[in-house]
Design a binder for this molecule. Structure first.
Ligand code: PLP
Length: 443
């Protein structure tokens, strides 16, 4: 009997014993193509010798020094590099151990910033219905995904949720993408005014929505309008790039595409590329100086903040992304993956939408393409596809999500940046077979 507390208590997962490039290998020798990099984590693939060497070297030199007393060389170097590469004046970097820690820290920093400026009446955070910002209670409250929140609802702080920018489902036939984006963004202003125009702390959103929707980018102009609304009411804009950041969308930061600079930016997953658990919250010089010139103390912290070995891994990953020109590669391979998905599923009667940016791609499954009707949730289609794909030797990230209240099934692909063209064919071939085996009879 295993003493590990697994995610699914009724399923005994195989034992992963090795990773080689884009593949994971279990204890029986079976190979799996890591088509979602776990959950958009393994951007460099497995077994990268440079990252392994950086981790080993740092562990040998200094494994831990508490940030209540010390900073460390790798934490300083990683923060310098992130600040230099980040857009605008996001020049202070708070290093944490993962995505939920980054979003929690962002929410608390946003509130403390307003408190230190004397605006203690600001107490609301607005996010979007179709979003995931992490699983700790604050981050879960920010996320709008009903399934993840349901049983914890009585423990969750009361965040507001507006509609996502979800063109496939929510754009009306009589409006252009641009008009739709303006209408979707207007919901933010309406909600700020409903709550009280000087009572909102922050608005939080994923530039390209991952875990709840399968790689849904906003339409052009949406985030520009969101930025204007935030500025008008003194609301901080927090962008959560935990999943879509670090080159994944073909830009180092996903918000580069939208031409918008947030006040606080959260990253994780691809930053450590799976070699170490690490995340970061970046904030503007203005937010930092408000704390610096005020209390001088951010009322937050975790034991493993700025962990030297994790920071060394993050630094090595970021260096590899830059020096190997991986962002350019993500664009090229992302276009190839998109083309292969369109070739395989463009005419498929049960594939309603193919979307995403870079190597962050999603498809949405529907029982009727014309009406965009989702499958009945009782089919558990996403879960069935996940199982069938795994049997085929493909790790992908299917999910059943709520589509602004309705149910839908999506599959997210986020393969390592080192994927080759032949491997794109392998992924799409395996996925095609998994979907064919999983669709309800007669569809
Ligand atoms: N934010 C987003 C957008 C995510 O996709 C995730 C995880 O999937 C998180 C936050 C939480 O990150 P973690 O699981 O590292 O705590």
């Amino acid at each position: 009997m295993s003493h590990v507390f697994p995610r699914h208590t009724k399923v005994q997962p195989p034992v992963a014993v090795a990773g080689e490039g884009c593949y994971l290998i279990d204890s029986t020798g079976k190979r799996y193509f890591d088509g979602s990099g776990g959950a958009a984590v393994s951007c460099l693939g497995h077994g990268d010798p440079e990252i392994i060497a950086a981790v080993q070297e740092q562990a040998g030199k200094l494994a831990f020094a508490h940030t209540g007393f010390f900073t460390s060389e790798p934490a300083e170097a990683l923060a310098d590099k992130l600040a230099a590469l980040a857009p605008g004046n996001l020049d202070r970097v708070y290093l944490v151990s993962g995505g939920s820690e980054a979003t929690e820290a962002a929410i608390k920093l946003a509130r403390q910033y307003h408190v230190e400026r004397g605006e203690t009446q600001r107490r609301h955070v607005i996010a979007r219905k179709q979003s995931y910002h992490g699983n700790t209670l604050g981050a879960l409250a920010a996320g709008g995904n009903a399934w993840r929140r349901e049983q914890f609802a009585p423990l969750l702080v009361d965040f507001s949720h507006i509609s996502p920018c979800y063109e496939y489902v929510l754009r009306r036939d009589d409006e252009s993408a641009c008009d739709y984006g303006q209408r979707a963004a207007q919901e933010l202003e309406d909600e700020i005014l409903r709550l009280g125009e000087d009572s909102v702390i922050a608005f939080m959103a994923e530039p390209v929505v991952g875990a709840t929707s399968g790689a849904v980018p906003a339409v052009e102009g949406y985030f520009e309008r969101i930025r204007e609304i935030c500025d008008r009411y003194g609301v901080l804009l927090i962008l959560d790039e935990v999943m879509c950041g670090m080159g994944r969308t073909g830009h180092l930061f996903a918000c580069n595409h939208d031409g918008v600079v947030p006040d606080i930016l959260c990253i994780a997953k691809g930053l450590g590329a799976g070699y170490q658990p690490i995340g970061a919250m970046l904030c503007t010089a203005e937010i930092y100086s408000t704390i610096e010139n005020g209390s001088g103390f951010f009322q937050h912290g975790h034991t493993y903040l700025g962990h030297p070995v994790a920071a060394a891994a993050g630094l090595a990953v970021l260096t590899a992304i830059e020096e190997r020109n991986l962002v350019g590669r993500v664009r090229a391979k992302g276009d190839a993956l998109d083309a292969a998905l369109r070739e395989a599923f463009g005419q498929h009667p049960n594939v309603g939408d193919i979307r995403g940016r870079g190597l962050f791609r999603g498809i949405e499954l529907v029982s009727d393409r014309e009406t965009k009707t989702p499958f009945d949730p009782s089919h558990r289609l996403a879960a069935t596809i996940k199982k069938a794909a795994f049997a085929e030797g493909l790790v992908c990230y299917p999910m059943s999500g709520t589509r602004d209240g309705r149910v839908g099934d999506h599959i997210l692909l986020a393969p390592p940046f080192i994927i080759e063209d032949a491997q794109i064919d392998e992924v799409v071939g395996k996925l095609t077979r998994a979907i064919a085996q999983s669709l309800p009879k007669g569809s």
